[in-house]
Design a protein around this ligand. Structure first.
Ligand code: COA
Length: 196
């Protein structure tokens, strides 16, 4: 008998005013400040869109990411990517600006389920899907780009890891002259979804 598809008890939806981020803590102050204090401003000025992860029956924000439009200077791209694109001075891209998960919630799920719920993975996969939908359905965009934040020394001392390998594990590659900025061609995401 075929296995029924697993229904996740979470959803990822656009940020709304009544959602609650008061207790949100990812271990990185810049990420926490963004969801608590800067999201509303960025949304009202259309700088970014913010998508939040909640349990189906709760309004507490357990994770989130933001997406916005970005222009990348053609010559900043690796030669291997340049070869596959028309030579405009700038290339449209989709920026994953901020992403984070509430640590206490992850710890609670680890304890309750006895295994890692992989919610960070759930967020990054959802972000790629939305970037692909936008790029193929609304505004052209050739790349998904992430500026990978480095935890401060204090945060590292408290156990927060540099998230760089989190992104490279999902196929994001560093820019030649900026090793904190990573990208994945939308075409690659499209192929990954085609294969899924
Ligand atoms: C980065 C973050 C979203 C990952 O969430 P998560 O739920 O712990 O991630 P997952 O459990 O889905 O992890 C998927 C894989 O990435 C690895 N990983 C998770 N966090 C990582 C990190 N900070 N650094 C390196 N690898 C990491 C996991 O070990 C796992 O690897 P595996 O496939 O070998 O088991 C979360 O740790 C977080 O919010 N960190 C603080 C904020 C932050 O760094 N945001 C990114 C700023 S650009």
């Amino acid at each position: 008998m075929e296995k029924a598809p697993q229904v996740l008890p979470y959803r990822i939806e656009p940020w709304r005013e009544h959602l609650d981020a008061t207790a949100f803590s990812s271990g990185m102050e810049r990420i926490d400040r963004y969801i608590k204090e800067q999201t509303k401003r960025d949304l009202s000025s259309h700088v970014s869109l913010v998508f939040v992860l909640t349990e189906l029956d709760s309004n507490i924000i357990r994770g989130f990411y933001s997406l916005s439009a970005l222009g990348i200077v053609f010559n900043d791209l690796p030669k291997s990517v340049q070869k596959r694109l028309p030579r405009y001075p700038q290339v449209g891209a989709t920026l994953l600006g901020r992403l984070g998960l509430d640590l206490a919630y992850k710890a609670k799920l680890l304890e309750d389920l006895g295994e890692n719920p992989r919610l960070g993975e759930f967020l990054v996969i959802d972000a790629q899907k939305r970037a692909l939908e936008g790029a193929t359905g609304t505004v052209g965009s050739a790349l998904m780009v992430i500026d990978v934040l480095m935890p401060t020394e204090e945060e590292q001392a408290a156990g927060v890891r540099d998230p760089m390998t989190f992104y490279t594990e999902y196929g994001f590659l560093p820019f030649p002259d900026d090793d904190r900025r990573v990208f994945k061609p939308i075409r690659t995401i499209e192929q990954e979804y085609g294969e899924a």
